[in-house]
Design a protein. Structure first.
Length: 135
């Protein structure tokens, strides 16, 4: 391979990783904003899927505030080892805690979590190559 081909491939990789980061950010931001728009929904999700009952609206909004900081840092490409790792782990927990939706209830909408989990893992593994539009 010549230098021009390597540069083109590097650019394609960086664009691909940016698009993965953007797509993951959009989904995570929607879930985070839901904690502010409808905190009762977030409380029900935490009770049903994470078995964490008795949460207040204030706690849910506090979790949402922390999530916003993490996903904004993630979108900006800051502290990649940590922010990409937190996003990957949190989505992993969300994906695996929904096991009944895949097996018993067969809720097809939940299956979208698997390609997103694959994207989170790929982005984490390739984080040092994710340079497009990062700080």
């Amino acid at each position: 391979m010549n230098d021009q081909t390597l540069a083109i491939n590097q650019d394609k990789l960086e664009i691909s990783l940016f698009l993965l980061r953007l797509g993951i950010f959009i989904v995570m931001m929607a879930w985070t904003l839901d904690k502010f728009i409808d905190p009762e929904h977030g409380i029900r999700v935490f009770e049903r899927f994470y078995f964490l009952g008795g949460m207040s609206t204030a706690i849910m909004m506090g979790i949402g505030a922390i999530e916003i900081l993490v996903i904004l840092a993630f979108m900006l490409g800051l502290w990649k080892k940590y922010t990409y790792g937190i996003v990957m782990i949190s989505h992993s927990v969300s994906t695996f805690s929904s096991w009944k939706q895949y097996t018993i209830d067969m809720n097809l909408l939940f299956f979208a979590a698997w390609p997103m989990l694959a994207a989170c893992v790929a982005l984490f593994l390739l984080r040092e190559h994710d340079k497009k539009f990062t700080i």
